[in-house]
Design a protein around this ligand. Structure first.
Ligand SMILES: Nc1ncnc2c1ncn2[C@@H]1O[C@H](COP(=O)(O)OP(=O)(O)O)[C@@H](O)[C@H]1O
Ligand SMILES: [Mg+2]
Length: 139
């Protein structure tokens, strides 16, 4: 498991970008860390690394499942406010087969794939974060 220290939001985005390069279609990334850790910043970096950009806003689940279109599509789900039933309805397993899936608050997902990649971001101080990548995602 690789640990990186980030000293800024831009650092976290760059670490996310470099991390995303090694992923391929079907990869599921589960992001752990408290509110304000930088999970969303990390995913923004992943999108940049994949040269993927927000698509049109036609999907009804747009706010629940953000889609970045690129060579590989990046899907970003934030499960923070969702009930287990709503999470079920998102069909994240099917989604993940179509591209790379990054999930914030993955503990709301009852049965994530066993081979998911775990990324954990810990707040050290206002600007410093410890980012651990590549741990096994399963329980
Ligand atoms: N090293 C860092 N990495 C990421 N975000 C940082 C860092 N230092 C400070 N921040 C701030 O922390 C907040 C992270 O927000 P966000 O990415 O939305 O977190 P989360 O999705 O984990 O709740 C932003 O306001 C950002 O400016
Ligand atoms: Mg977030």
């Amino acid at each position: 498991m690789a640990e990186h220290v980030s000293h800024s939001e831009a650092d976290t985005e760059a670490i996310g970008a470099a991390f995303a390069w090694r992923l391929s279609v079907g990869a599921v990334v589960l992001l752990d860390g408290p509110l304000g850790a930088g999970k969303t910043a990390f995913v923004r970096g992943m999108a940049r690394g994949l040269d993927a950009h927000p698509g049109d806003v036609s999907s009804p689940t747009f706010t629940l499942l953000q889609e970045y279109a690129g060579m590989i599509t990046l899907y970003h789900a934030d499960l923070y406010r969702l009930t287990p039933r709503e999470v079920e309805e998102l069909g994240l397993l099917d989604v993940s087969a179509e591209g790379i899936l990054a999930v914030e608050w993955p503990e709301r997902w009852t049965s994530p794939p066993k081979d998911a990649i775990r990324v954990t971001i810990a707040k050290i101080d206002d600007e410093t974060r410890a980012i651990n990548m590549g741990g096994h995602g399963g329980p």
